[in-house]
Design a protein around this ligand. Sequence first.
Ligand code: ADP
Ligand code: MG
Length: 456
Amino acid sequence: AAAPAASSSTPTSEREVAEANALRKALRIHVYGEGVPPPVQSAEQMAARLELRPQLLRAVLSAGYHELTRVQMQAVPTLVARRELLAIAPTGSGKTAAFAIPLLALLGSGKGRGGLRAVVVAPTQELARQTHREILKLGAGSKLNVGVLSKKLAAAAADAAAGGGGLKRYDALVATPLRLVSLLRKGALKLGAVELLVLDEADRLLDGGFLPQIDEVLAACDGERVTRALFSATVPPAVEDLATSTLRRPVRLVVGEKNAATETIAQKLVFCGREDGKLLALKELVRVGIKPPVLIFVQSKERASELYDELAYDGLNVDVIHAERPQAQRDAVVEQFRTGKVWVLIATELMARGMDFKGVSLVVNYDFPTSVSSYVHRIGRTGRAGRAGEAVTFFTEGDVEQLRAIANVMKASGCEVPEWMLKLKPLKKAKRRRLEAQPRARKAIRKRRDELEAGA
Ligand code: ADP
Ligand code: MG
């Protein structure tokens, strides 16, 4: 389709500007940038104002999105107007549809066009698959070909490239950075025709680990029409600077408080004394009664396995997911947790970002999160789409030095915290960095085995 009419993208009259500002103010939608398109209030108004195809509106309504979330209200008109965007909105606030709807709108019917025109980058395979599903759901009834860069697809594309071909049949692709770049380097993929590039969990993608890959992707998306959009719940200042200096005439959108937790999550801190106290505290939680599904975070795959042994021995319906398990097993576990066959899922940081499991009632931070953003994303697996949720974070004597930052998040999102926690000494930057890179050493979770050995 042609670029949307100017009337739909920029406020034309003073009255329209005033209305847009009043709506944003009432909903605490903060925007920065010039000529920001006015927000839309509902799916119907969005479709009418942005001239969306009826079939896209139908899919949005069948998904149950009659009311839009705040980030959707502002991000959709912004991206449909092809304005570059940095969007910061809480976990579970519908950021996926906030980029999926404009992606589908910009791609149009998909008839008679060649080449890859939209790419969404996500930090994990699991998240890429979930995002792919959401795009398929909202793209139902269209002729568009939207793919996810699975291992199989990547291998097929690499083979085709070796034979002089490439990955041609997709209009849009969801991918993790490593696979995407590996295909780029093999010449199996060209991004010159990309019109929309979305970096989901942008702060994760732009931090040290993925930065070289993301730089390559940004460089490869060199078409004149490319619009780039960054989404996350947490954006540290350094990433924000990087984003605003990279994007062209960007719109910055902030919904609610920056780097704060979702307000529908009741957050609790539980002091467990020393390492051994944590298993007891967890068993006490289980004994008192937990309502599945429950997600438990630990800091390493070894600890995930250890805790799994403990809980499985107790007859709990539990499974474990971490990067070391084969992808097929990871997919199966995610599916079983989604469908309620697994009640308690023990996970590493791998699951902290973006995963949307319906109705997770409780997140337990068995191991204290190593950064504020880790905390916000982990507990953000509950309390999604306006639902209530609960988060319990265990801490030991050793973790106290990191407590202040988390206590501040809790306070900012309206939870009660003891005054002494807020008065703790802030952690030195170097130490903070070190702990982020390498969580503190902890005594193994091995009560069961030790007991068995002692009894033998
Ligand atoms: P985020 O990326 O902001 O963490 P998601 O995009 O994963 O959030 O969405 C969280 C949940 O909210 C999903 O289950 C999604 O289906 C639901 N959702 C998204 N938009 C709406 C809407 N407009 N109305 C109702 N539910 C929505
Ligand atoms: Mg998300």
